[in-house]
Design a protein around this ligand. Structure first.
Ligand SMILES: [Fe+2]
Ligand SMILES: [Fe+2]
Length: 267
């Protein structure tokens, strides 16, 4: 198909970001990744990314301080709360990956778009697996309130790809590598083998996501003539409000291209 007849990749991504129905967003995110892979979308950036992505009416989004306290981990309600919280993270992660590709793809190039659209497809699959698990537990996404803060990291770094890469894949997704193994063990210990397999798959995929982030960040640092680790520390201290706290999953982080001397001692 000649380029002029194809839909622009940015218009296709924008449409998925604006989709508010979770299942429709999952299908659309996987479709845009597939269409891009098959050459059906043009490398053209003529559509702006929305300030806020589409969100369903439920879950209600609450500021972090107003989230109800987690129930006891072993109880049925505690299990549902855990999967609901992870499901929400995966749902927002779809939009984080789409926004990365659609907002910064023009300056970063086609390989960058390919990487982050494949991440968006992974996140859509993660969300779908968790939604199915929630149904098995007699619940669904939207049944509980969810954390409103997850999009703010994207919003705050919308003008700078280096800052976005430093904070979203290299801090937030890397944090997932640290905490997921313990959650997985708890889930397995409670006898939820299916849930443990879902978390193992997520963990494996997230290593790849962090690696994409670290690799593209290194490219940007090189282009700017900056020292990779120094630039990362400056951007994290400027744009990330939390603290980087141990314990770190050093082996998963290393597999993702984050060396210990990068993140140890950063607070
Ligand atoms: Fe994920
Ligand atoms: Fe991810």
């Amino acid at each position: 198909m000649p380029a002029s007849h194809r839909v622009s990749v940015s218009a296709a991504i924008r449409a998925v970001l604006l989709e508010s129905d979770p299942r429709a967003k999952v299908m659309a995110a996987r479709k845009v990744a597939r269409d891009w892979r098959l050459g059906r979308l043009a490398f053209v950036f003529d559509a702006p990314m929305p300030e806020q992505p589409g969100r369903p009416e439920a879950p209600e989004l609450l500021p972090p301080g107003q989230m109800p306290r987690r129930r006891k981990a072993g109880s049925e309600r505690g299990r549902i709360a855990l999967w609901h919280a992870i499901g929400h993270i995966e749902f927002v992660a779809i939009d984080l990956a789409l926004d990365m590709a659609g907002r910064f793809g023009a300056e970063m190039g086609e390989a960058f778009v390919s990487d982050f659209l494949s991440v968006a497809a992974d996140e859509a699959m993660h969300f779908a697996l968790i939604e199915r698990h929630l149904h098995r537990l007699g619940s669904h996404y939207g049944a509980l309130p969810a954390h409103a803060g997850l999009w703010s990291a994207a919003h705050e770094t919308r003008h700078d790809v280096a800052a976005r890469l430093a904070v979203v894949p290299m801090v937030l997704e890397a944090r997932g590598l640290d905490v997921t193994p313990a959650t997985l063990e708890r889930v397995r210990a409670a006898g939820d083998e299916r849930g443990a397999r879902i978390l193992q798959r997520i963990l494996d995929d997230e290593i790849r996501h962090v690696r994409f982030g670290a690799n593209h960040f290194a490219d940007v640092a090189k282009r700017l003539g900056a020292v990779n680790g120094e630039l990362w520390k400056v951007l994290v201290s400027r744009h990330f409000r939390g603290t980087l706290k141990p314990p770190f999953n050093d082996s998963a982080r290393l597999a993702a291209g984050l060396s210990r001397d990068l993140y140890h001692g950063v607070a």
